[in-house]
Design a protein around this ligand. Structure first.
Ligand code: SF4
Length: 118
């Protein structure tokens, strides 16, 4: 099977044709540099994303505080992570970069605030 993947490692946005057998990449064309190969393999064999969302803040005028994971997490864990984020309540003041949950879902990443609670 051939899959089309757009490399997002730089603004050129090369469209890659990726030959896939099972869940393995067997051939890549269309990349203008080696980073495209790395991107395609990661995207097909082990896709990850930085998760961004908001959590509820109690006792502040800003009712929702934006958060994100400090590193990418497996795409397959995003649904579970969103469920968990819905349960979180912030009741103490937070600043940008403060850790909301350390080792979030035991994925080896921290959930951090991207805005102050006010
Ligand atoms: S393959 Fe290389 S040149 Fe093309 S978008 Fe990816 S990083 Fe940029």
């Amino acid at each position: 099977m051939i899959r089309k993947v757009t490399c997002i490692d730089c603004p050129k946005g090369c469209v890659l044709s990726v030959g896939v057998e099972g869940r393995k990449v067997v051939k890549i064309t269309g990349n203008e540099c080696p980073k495209g190969e790395e991107y395609a393999v990661s995207e097909i064999e082990d896709p990850t994303r930085i998760l961004t969302s908001t959590v509820l803040a109690e006792g502040f005028s800003l009712r929702m505080v934006p958060v994100r994971t400090d590193r990418p997490i497996p795409k397959g864990d995003i649904k579970r992570a969103m469920k968990e984020i819905k349960r979180i309540r912030i009741s103490e003041p937070v600043r940008i970069g403060d850790i909301i949950i350390e080792d979030f879902l035991r994925l080896g990443v921290d959930l951090i605030a991207t805005r102050e609670s006010r």
